[in-house]
Design a protein around this ligand. Structure first.
Ligand SMILES: [Ca+2]
Ligand SMILES: [Ca+2]
Length: 346
């Protein structure tokens, strides 16, 4: 008898999870099928291409491994394959709902910023280097000069890297509340220095980071509407990656908010075993929308889908991170040499 009841308790959750994920996949497919018309006018509709393009590239970079479960249960399994781009509803459906508990939290329990690859640049600097919209020169002791950055929550532009905060998209305290309290110190350190998923750490203005603090999306969304879907995607993908739970209120807010993000997909990138090492350079945050109107004056509106400052200095393609972006006349940096309206073609 004990054997029978144990077997039931082990198997039934997987059956239910499988069924729920399958239902969500069908629902997400239907939602995707009717999304193009309904998204007109939504924050990122006009520039969905660069965002999803960047996301698709990030997925490809993740080198999806062969499906280890493509065996007997492949027909029933609705779990995404590692590295695949998934609708946000699918990823949200993978998250457990559980109450939060702050007891025992201390920021010092998450060691950061480390220099995992020993190249002299710690995690904070690695993110700054990766996310610069104008590449920074890396000097002795990882001193950065000449770069420019766009704060990904509010569109503010910076030339002084010390003014930028590196935000844990899912804050350390929020992570603690939703599962990290049970982790080993090593797993907490890996979470706090996560360069293996481009969406986990981002460079933002101090003011937006302080406004966000340790809030979850039930209480905070980026001031720039165009960054809302990328942020929600990063939030959900990070929680899935690290197997963190959501509280009921957070789940309900996410469920409502992602209705506006039918065109957004995010990679399913579960964190590896304790032995997983860093090393993958984070790719820039996908541009969520026009940034020329952010009021900073540092994003030239003739490059409407990316944030590139007007000259001076005169920049060339080797000095910026963007490729294949829209160029309008008069193209002061002359990124579009062949005049086809696409800059820095690959
Ligand atoms: Ca390093
Ligand atoms: Ca929460």
């Amino acid at each position: 008898m004990p054997g029978v009841s144990q077997s039931r308790t082990v198997k039934r959750p997987w059956l239910w999870i499988g069924l729920i994920v399958a239902v969500l996949l069908v629902a997400a497919t239907l939602a995707g099928a009717r999304s193009p018309a309904s998204r007109a006018g939504s924050p990122s509709a006009g520039t969905a291409a660069p965002a999803s393009g960047s996301i698709a590239r990030a997925s490809a970079d993740a080198s999806p491994s062969p499906n280890p479960s493509a065996g007997p249960s492949a027909g029933l399994s609705a779990s995404p394959l590692p590295g695949t781009g998934e609708p946000l509803a699918t990823l949200l459906g993978m998250l457990r709902i559980a109450p939060e508990d702050r007891i025992g939290y201390s920021r010092s329990l998450f060691v950061h910023w480390i220099d995992a690859d020993g190249d002299g640049c710690d995690t904070r600097h690695e993110v700054l280097i990766a996310e610069a919209i104008v590449k920074a020169k890396v000097g002795p002791r990882c001193a950065l000069s000449g770069g420019r950055w766009r704060s990904l929550y509010d569109g503010l532009a910076f030339t002084d890297p010390s003014k930028l905060h590196i935000d844990h998209v899912v804050a350390l305290a929020e992570a603690w509340d939703s599962g990290a309290s049970a982790w080993t110190p090593n797993r907490r350190m890996r979470f706090a220095n996560d360069l293996d998923a481009w969406f986990a750490l981002i460079a933002v203005s101090g003011s937006s980071n302080q406004g966000k603090s340790d809030k979850d999306p039930a209480d905070w969304l980026p001031p720039a509407a165009s960054d809302e879907c990328p942020f929600l995607g990063a939030w959900i993908a990070t929680k899935v990656r690290w197997d963190l739970a959501v509280d009921q209120r957070e789940h309900d807010a996410l469920s409502t908010d992602i209705a506006e993000c039918a065109a957004t997909t995010m990679p399913y990138l579960p964190a590896g075993s304790e032995g997983e090492t860093g090393g993958e350079t984070p790719t820039p945050w996908p541009s969520g929308g026009p940034t020329g109107s952010d009021g900073s004056g540092l994003c030239d509106p003739v490059y409407p889908t990316v944030c590139i400052p007007p000259p001076p200095p005169d920049l060339d393609c080797g000095e910026i991170a963007f490729r294949n972006f829209k160029v309008l006349p008069p193209d002061p940096h002359r990124f579009d040499g062949d005049g086809d309206g696409v800059g820095c073609e690959t």
